[in-house]
Design a protein around this ligand. Structure first.
Ligand SMILES: [Zn+2]
Length: 366
């Protein structure tokens, strides 16, 4: 399985070179617009047709622009036309990100160095690679763009890095139940409690309420600030939990499908709260992202009855569940309600896997 990740590096340039790169980006975007105009007027998104019709006139108009950049501009225009199905004319802003290729941009990541073509010759740039990008250094560079941010006068290099994730074999499924009291409970008895999140969110909710009743301008500014703080905190927690979960010795992670509409009436107030909680989606997203990178699979299962059903005998009875406690009236099983749900999710995941077609990408030979 191919895995792509974008890394963003701030370029450090010589002062004399900055205007060269900026003008290159502007000229490149003019070329994009010429190519897009032609395609739109002639109702085509074919790179070959647009190339034949515009390449030489663009080269004539902008002789300083490297031929590879002219070709990149034409590709970008053709892809944009295709993207909008030729219905509207795509227009590149004067300083939109410019696409470079191996000829026009050479990056040597381990030396934190790059050279690139501009309208006034080749220039050099350096950058620093933050520690959290270090794991991508031996991936291959798939594509690169340079973006100029006018307000800050900064150039940013965006690199799409690619690797082939290792194929996993086996179908050991871990069920994960997301909740409010416990952020996540896994079918292998691992609990990630949410006391910390709950305390922080309650604190912010209290401050928010006080500020909202004030309604002044400074109160509004403060509100915005604390909501950012809260989000960053929850994000950190979700990163840590997802990292730990994905590292567990399982190949498949099963979660409840929160987007399934028919489930909403089946489960009570608690479930509706889950649906409205962005942090649950974020946790899922992080698990997917991290699992993908190591060739593991994430599946979602029908959430109906996962909290009512007995994970041992399959008996479904609403009364079996009482708050945090699950006690089966049929077989006598007693355990934490979230753990019971996580085990049901794991079981649904296992039966869901067996129904997948054999050649499903990613589903591994057993
Ligand atoms: Zn039972």
């Amino acid at each position: 399985m191919k895995v792509d990740r974008t890394i963003k590096l701030r370029l450090r340039l010589n002062e004399i070179d900055e205007p060269k790169l900026k003008e290159t980006i502007m000229m490149y975007n003019k070329a994009v617009n010429i190519a897009a105009n032609y395609g739109f007027e002639h109702h085509t998104s074919s790179k070959i047709i647009i190339h034949h019709a515009t390449y030489y006139s663009i080269r004539e108009q902008f002789p300083e622009l490297n031929s590879s950049l002219v070709q990149a501009a034409r590709d970008v225009a053709a892809e944009a036309l295709k993207g909008v199905k030729l219905k509207i004319l795509p227009v590149a802003k004067p300083l939109a990100a410019a696409r470079f290729n191996q000829r026009t941009l050479r990056v040597v990541l381990k030396h934190m160095f790059a050279t690139m073509s501009t309208i006034a010759g080749r220039i050099e740039a350096t950058y620093t690679i933050p520690e959290y990008y270090s794991k991508y250094l031996n991936w291959s560079v798939q594509s690169s763009t340079i973006k100029y941010i006018q307000q800050k006068n900064e150039f940013w290099l965006h690199l799409v890095m690619r690797t082939e994730s290792p194929k996993q074999s086996g179908n050991k499924v871990l069920g994960i139940d997301r909740g409010i009291v416990n952020v996540a409970v896994c079918s292998n008895n691992k609990f990630f409690n949410g006391f910390q999140i709950k305390a922080v969110r309650a604190k912010y909710a209290y401050i928010r309420q006080k500020l909202q009743s004030k309604g002044t301008k400074s109160a509004k500014q403060l509100l915005k600030k604390i909501s950012g703080k809260e989000r960053r905190f929850v994000k950190d927690v979700n990163h840590c939990i997802s990292k730990e979960i994905v590292a567990m010795p399982y190949n498949v992670f099963a979660l409840e499908d929160l987007t399934s509409i028919r489930v909403q009436t089946r489960r009570g107030k608690n479930f509706t709260r889950k649906l409205n909680n962005w942090s649950f989606y974020q946790l899922e997203q992080f698990i997917r992202y991290k699992a993908e990178a190591v060739g593991k699979l994430v599946i979602t299962v029908d959430p109906r009855f996962s909290s009512q059903k007995c994970s041992r005998c399959g008996n479904i009875l609403k009364e079996n569940r009482n708050g945090n406690a699950y006690r089966c009236h049929n077989c006598g099983l007693q355990l934490h309600a979230d753990l019971n749900a996580a085990r049901n999710i794991a079981q649904s995941g296992t039966s869901c896997l067996s129904r997948l077609p054999v050649n499903q990408p990613n589903v591994v030979s057993i």
